[in-house]
Ligand binder design. Structure first.
Ligand SMILES: [Zn+2]
Length: 321
């Protein structure tokens, strides 16, 4: 996600300080503290459930599209140490791709595009819809609204950071044609992440996020609703966006770059995909549909109805996923 780090002019005065945010976050975390612990039944219940899902899932035919967020040219957020988000997304995307294929999901597709933000978004959606898939997972790393960025220097270069916010988050759009299935997969991914002792980003349903405030749909899994995201609302299959963690948080940036974390996320996604695949209903219509010969999908998705006129830069940045 790029949350307007280069623009903080459109939000006006924020009636809160770092201390207040820290307090709100701390209190918000309290009720969910216990939720991170593995339920007592996990060790006994997980094995039969996994085995059942496994037996019902034809992994060789189940296609997941891994959408690498942003492009080299339009890279999304910038980390506290000056590394573009796109690099984090690509590295994690490759790791998840390897893991899924190693786990038998041979049809997995890693989707990487080039160019400017908006055309590349349209390209990714068009490619995904043309190819067809059972699931679409967009991979990102998080930042903060520009108003919360603090200045520091890293290796002699001026940069920005925020160490208060951190954690993964999972987003779905009600405008996706398969919203319920999207939500189901999002929950599975979030629960898998939580089972690996990862915390979700607790700030998104808080008032101080302003225009970035989102409805929290699942407090156990860390799933939020974000209807307007193009890769979620315009994809023709169940779609989920994962923010793996914050790269503007100086400590978490190092975690995000580590093999250990990438492997955890890859394992979480693979386990979630297996459970989703093995437990979905018979009516799931996720087989690749060739486009009608008379239509041009790449042009059809770029209808002006999705172009928001003259949004502030911060709002536009939030959509550049
Ligand atoms: Zn992003």
């Amino acid at each position: 996600m790029a949350q307007g780090g280069r623009d903080n002019s459109s939000r006006g005065a924020w009636p809160c300080s770092r201390a207040v945010i820290a307090l709100v976050l701390a209190s918000a975390l309290l009720p969910t503290g216990g939720a991170r612990a593995a339920p007592p039944s996990e060790t006994t219940a997980a094995a039969p459930a996994a085995a059942s899902a496994d037996s019902k899932c034809d992994r060789a035919k189940f296609r997941i599209i891994l959408d690498v967020g942003h492009t080299a040219e339009s890279y999304g957020a910038m980390s506290a140490r000056g590394v573009p988000e796109f690099e984090f997304n690509l590295n994690l995307g490759k790791r998840i791709d390897e893991r899924l294929k190693a786990d038998g999901f041979a049809e997995t597709v890693l989707l990487v595009t080039e160019g400017k933000a908006r055309p590349s978004l349209m390209k990714r959606v068009a490619r995904a819809n043309k190819k067809g898939a059972d699931l679409f997972l967009s991979i990102h790393h998080d930042s903060v609204p520009g108003i919360y960025a603090e200045k520091w220097e890293f290796e002699g270069k001026k940069s920005i950071f925020n160490d208060l916010f951190g954690g993964y988050s999972v987003f779905v759009s009600r405008q996706n044609p398969h919203y319920q299935e999207s939500l189901r997969f999002a929950r599975l991914v979030g629960n898998q992440m939580a089972s690996k002792e990862l915390q979700f980003a607790r700030q998104y349903d808080q008032w101080f996020m302003g225009k970035f405030q989102r409805e929290l749909l699942d407090i156990e899994a860390g799933v939020y609703r974000y209807d307007q995201l193009i890769v979620l609302k315009m994809t023709s299959m169940p779609a989920v966006l994962l923010e793996s963690g914050s790269i503007i948080n100086r400590e978490e940036e190092l975690v995000m770059a580590s093999d250990d974390h990438k492997n955890k996320v890859a394992a979480a996604v693979s386990a979630a995909a297996l459970e989703y695949c093995g437990t979905r209903g018979p009516a799931s219509p996720q087989v690749a549909q060739p486009p009608p010969k008379s239509s041009k999908p790449a042009q059809r998705v770029a209808q002006p109805r999705v172009v928001q006129p003259k949004k502030p830069a911060a709002a536009r940045a939030a959509q550049k996923r």
